[in-house]
Design a binder for this molecule. Sequence first.
Ligand code: FDA
Length: 305
Amino acid sequence: MLRSLFLAAAGSARLERLVESAPGSEEVIRRFVGGGGVEEALRTTRGLADDGLTITLDHLGEDTGTLERAQAVRDEYVTLLRRLRESGLTPAAEVSVKLSALGQRIDEKAAYENVRAICAAAAEAGTMVTLDAEDHTTTDATLETLLELRRDFPSTGAVLQAYLRRTEGDCRELATAGSRVRLCKGAYAEPESVAFQSSLDVDKSYVRCLNILMSGEGYPMIATHDPRLIAIAEDRARWFDRSTGEYEFQLLLGVRPEEQARLAAGGQAVRVYLPYGRQWYGYLMRRLAERPANVAFFARAVSSR
Ligand code: FDA
């Protein structure tokens, strides 16, 4: 119930203005968002790298409405990648990209050219790109784009969402040598026809997908904060004889930082997903939808003013 409310709120411009102007909201944003611009994001990246973590940076924003704006997003990523290289933060830092921010919904070909330019800039900076997964209407187009990109940029990675009924099949397709796959539960409101609805069914699907990826030949990126799934992944790594460097854990900035430190201290490769930029609203609403405790943190920060 709470989850659907927050996911619905993610699309409301009126609520966005309200939340933005609420005193105390900066504290919440600071916890989950790594800075308003490139230089601030670089400082946050440096802090995480100094703690032995790797990073994937996401320039916040989705569903870009004009080609000019989509090109501006592309240019933002190109600048980010140049600054990461100049700051010596590659290859520890890579970038995550939403195709809808690059114009996927208005002109697929233009979005493809934009993401290609980002992949070229990443290759020049000595690092990689991962394509984020958005709602299920974009999955086919995103996976087709991945296949195209991998011809010239073979390290380009994809995100698969365990809540989608199709994902086991997609895992089978992508569990091949050189393929980087980030497995997450999925963060959008999806209909029963395409997605498992109960958390138990999503978790069971996650484990089936994990088994396929860990037993396959690709590079699994285990994106979850769920202690049970993390323990199962550690078990599968032992079972399938994968050592550090043959898979990694990924967690969001500000979510279970103590677990990020614990995994890294135990010798696991850990990457933190670091969103930055001014368009934090949709991202923040999805984090609030995931966990009532995050809502309490938000309410506390706002009411303490
Ligand atoms: P979930 O939210 O179900 O939490 C399970 C358990 O984890 C909780 O019961 C609790 O025990 C523990 N837990 C979670 N948060 C906690 C907290 N703050 N403090 C303490 N314990 C906590 N989604 C998408 O649709 N497309 C995408 O491209 C991506 N990309 C992505 C990248 C990365 C690196 C991550 C980590 C996640 C994504 N996601 C995503 C989001 C993902 O789909 C999902 O919505 C969130 O990760 C939340 O799901 P969890 O697996 O963490 O479990």
